[in-house]
Design a protein around this ligand. Structure first.
Ligand SMILES: Cc1cc2nc3c(=O)[nH]c(=O)nc-3n(C[C@H](O)[C@H](O)[C@H](O)COP(=O)(O)OP(=O)(O)OC[C@H]3O[C@@H](n4cnc5c(N)ncnc54)[C@H](O)[C@@H]3O)c2cc1C
Length: 444
């Protein structure tokens, strides 16, 4: 017979580790199941930024305390120890293929102003996960690595999680198995969920990239007929970069992206001496968020319930809140929806009602709608430095304000672009992503 736990957490990313740590601190009897053998090893591409400082983000005003190496969430009321390297990010620079640059923030000014001007920090996610895992183990959570969850069964008095021929029974389950969650799919959450396509990412960790400011995130947008995005993010430790190629079209081979990036156009000069030292990938379905991420004593947290990325910080918040709410539910003997109502309210306030995921999707709509030549023209029109932000839900709004200032000129020089800009601003995500929706493989 399966051993019974108060709580089973599926997935040991930031959300699952934080949920297990919090519930472990509260003295619950917890099992953490993870399919990776070595939990801190990063197997999936991630730019490893903590977003976003200097503004309220997912209901939080995050801080980093360098004196005690702590990432702090003062509004939620918790902090975590992090002993790895960090680096401040002060700006995003966007480039078109011919080298027209738009600036969202200014690194020189940011460095001058110092720490308070940072909009994000890069960290080493492997160190973040290792630190959380150490705590989880110290607290006596039973960690089952190399354990691939294959099913879930709801019964009257327990939920059984299946991993091949192993069974784990829990009063509550927290599903933190990420963006392509098996548990969300098995419990039917994806059946009527709006689907926007599949994001494919190939990431090279590279050294000797020349020309990229060490405190900036550099983006490059390549429009039709080969629509993709490249993001260059500095590594927290050392001088290297993560170079990420992102596309919503599974027919575009990652090699095509990197050949174009490094073989032609403006950015090729940055890669003349660059050497690849590591390669990672990610394949992620883009769903609308789940309004009520709960069913039959199973709570879905982090990426599992959001639109692609709740991000490392958002997932940590979800794990902390979920671990506490489940603890209180057990103490009060409220073994059902009533017990986790506080989490569902918090989720709505901090995530669901706080940001419109369709603003985030704009990043992927942009290269699908515009031709490469059009992106070159539009970027060439924006000369002013825009206010610094790495808030993915706000960036196209910031760019829109700046484009608004030059609309008269665009209307004269390129009247053909006006209807497209209007479509980009007002058409539904379903329409703008129709090409990606057709090409994706949803795990309904
Ligand atoms: C290209 C890219 C760049 C990104 N850049 C950033 C960034 O700069 N900053 C940021 O904050 N976020 C970034 N993100 C998002 C960030 O990586 C995620 O939001 C974050 O990791 C989500 O944490 P999570 O714990 O919810 O899920 P995950 O980190 O995905 O963790 C899920 C865990 O569950 C495990 N799992 C899955 N299925 C099973 C199963 N069946 N059985 C057992 N275990 C299972 C997985 O192995 C994994 O360990 C990026 C993502 C991508 C793809």
């Amino acid at each position: 017979m399966a051993k019974k736990y108060d709580l089973i957490v599926v997935g040991a990313g930031p959300a699952g580790l934080m949920a297990a740590k919090t519930a472990g601190e509260n003295g619950l009897n917890v099992a953490l199941l993870e399919r990776k053998k070595n939990i801190p090893e990063i197997k999936r591409a991630c730019a490893m930024m903590w977003l976003a400082f200097k503004e309220r983000y997912f209901g939080e005003w995050m801080r980093f305390n360098p004196k005690d190496s702590r990432l702090c969430f003062p509004k939620n009321g918790f902090s975590i120890k992090y002993d790895g390297p960090v680096k401040n990010i002060y700006a995003i620079y966007g480039h078109s293929s011919e080298g027209h640059r738009i600036r969202i923030g200014d690194c020189d000014k940011g460095r001058e102003a110092g720490d308070p001007a940072k909009i994000a920090m890069v960290h080493d996610k492997s160190d973040l996960l290792a630190g959380l895992l150490k705590e989880v183990e110290r607290l006596g959570v039973e960690v089952f690595s190399n354990t691939n969850v294959t099913g879930i069964e709801i019964m009257n008095d327990k939920v059984t999680v299946l991993a091949g021929n192993q069974e784990f029974a829990g009063t509550f389950v927290i599903a933190a198995d990420g963006v392509n969650s098996l548990i969300a799919q098995k419990l039917g959450f994806n059946k009527n969920r709006k689907y926007y396509g599949m994001l494919l990412s190939r990431t090279y960790t590279m050294v000797d990239v020349e020309g990229a400011d060490p405190n900036a995130v550099n983006f490059s947008y390549y429009g039709q007929p080969l629509p993709f995005i490249v993001a260059l993010c500095p590594l927290a430790g050392g001088e290297g970069h993560q170079v990420m190629g992102l596309t919503m079209n599974p027919k575009i081979e990652p090699d095509l992206i990197f050949n174009r990036l490094m073989g032609e156009g403006f950015l090729q000069s940055w890669f003349k001496k660059a050497k690849k030292i590591k390669e990672l990938a990610a394949v992620e379905n883009l769903w609308e968020p789940i309004v009520e991420p709960y069913k039959d004593r199973v709570l879905l947290i982090g990426d599992t319930a959001w639109c692609q990325e709740a991000e490392n910080t958002g997932s940590l918040m979800c794990g902390w809140k979920a671990g506490n709410v489940v603890t209180v539910a057990l103490s009060e003997g409220k073994i059902g929806r009533e017990g986790v109502e506080d989490y569902l309210r918090w989720w709505k306030d901090s995530f669901y009602n706080h940001y419109d995921y369709r603003d985030y999707i704009k990043t992927f709509e942009f290269p699908l709608l515009f031709k490469d030549e059009e992106i070159n023209y539009l970027f060439s029109q924006i000369k002013e430095t825009m206010p610094a932000s790495l808030n993915a839900y706000a960036i196209f709004g910031i760019i829109g304000v700046e484009l608004g200032k030059v609309m008269g000129k665009i209307a004269q020089e390129r009247p053909d672009l006006i209807p497209k800009i209007q479509t980009f601003a007002s058409a539904s995500a379903e329409d703008l992503m129709s090409e990606a929706i057709k090409e994706g493989f949803p795990n309904r």
